[in-house]
Write a protein that binds this ligand. Structure first.
Ligand code: CA
Length: 226
């Protein structure tokens, strides 16, 4: 597995490089956001470890930029241990978040979990028809595209994943814990808030809150508004 490490602090980068080589990962290290964006197409990583504090660009902008062309799993690495950063990390399309300082064993476990989830999501997407329609809503899992009455709906990768997840079985109630486990990592802090924020964002983009109905105290249910 190929891992791109985007980190400007040489001592942190050396530690990660050592640890990941020991775990038999193929690594490439860059120290700026601009180099990171180039490496996405040159190195074709299977996963990106992205430091948020970079000398040339903010890590959040690097993440957004990568997401314009790639769904490669991204783990944000940061010293800023604040709730807001975790929420931002998810909203900009990162898959997980680790806070410095962290142990190598923890990092390797997170990498494996993220890769496992992204592989599971791909398998799920492959098992389904690429295009499915729910009334005026059309979801194309191959093109990663959602349209509503023919108009494109711009979802973040996580919003897309959540919507696809809920549409597996329209009308069925998915429990919060179940959604968090399957769509996010369970060791994430503030996930309940994050889940609500993502549901709210999807409802807003679909223009009708009843696409995703809240089932009080339980979770959420997808359905075509009547
Ligand atoms: Ca840094």
């Amino acid at each position: 597995m190929r891992i791109l490490i985007v980190e400007d602090d040489p001592s942190v980068a050396d530690g990660i490089l050592d640890g990941l080589s020991t775990a038999s990962f193929v690594t490439k290290h860059v120290s700026t956001g601009a180099e990171a964006i180039v490496a996405i197409s040159d190195f074709e990583p299977d996963l990106v470890l992205l430091d948020l504090g970079l000398p040339d660009m903010d890590g959040t902008d690097v993440c957004r930029e990568i997401r314009k062309s790639s769904l490669v799993p991204i783990i944000v690495v940061s010293a800023r241990d604040e709730e807001i950063d975790r929420v931002i990390a998810l909203e900009i399309g990162a898959d997980d978040y680790v806070v410095k300082p962290f142990g190598m064993r923890e990092l390797v476990a997170r990498i494996k979990a993220v890769v496992r989830r992204s592989t599971a999501a791909e398998t799920l997407a492959e098992a389904w028809p690429a295009e499915r329609e729910f009334g005026p809503l059309r979801i194309d899992t191959r093109a990663i595209r959602v349209t509503l009455s023919g108009n494109e709906v711009h979802l973040t990768p996580k919003e897309f994943e959540l919507l696809v997840y809920l549409t597996q079985d329209p009308g069925a109630v998915y429990r919060r814990a179940e959604i968090l486990h399957d769509v996010w990592d369970t060791n994430w802090y503030g996930t309940t808030k994050t889940l609500d924020a993502h549901v709210a964002a999807i409802r807003k983009k679909l223009g009708d809150p009843t696409w995703i109905e809240s089932v009080r105290g339980v979770g959420f249910r997808f359905g075509v508004p009547t």
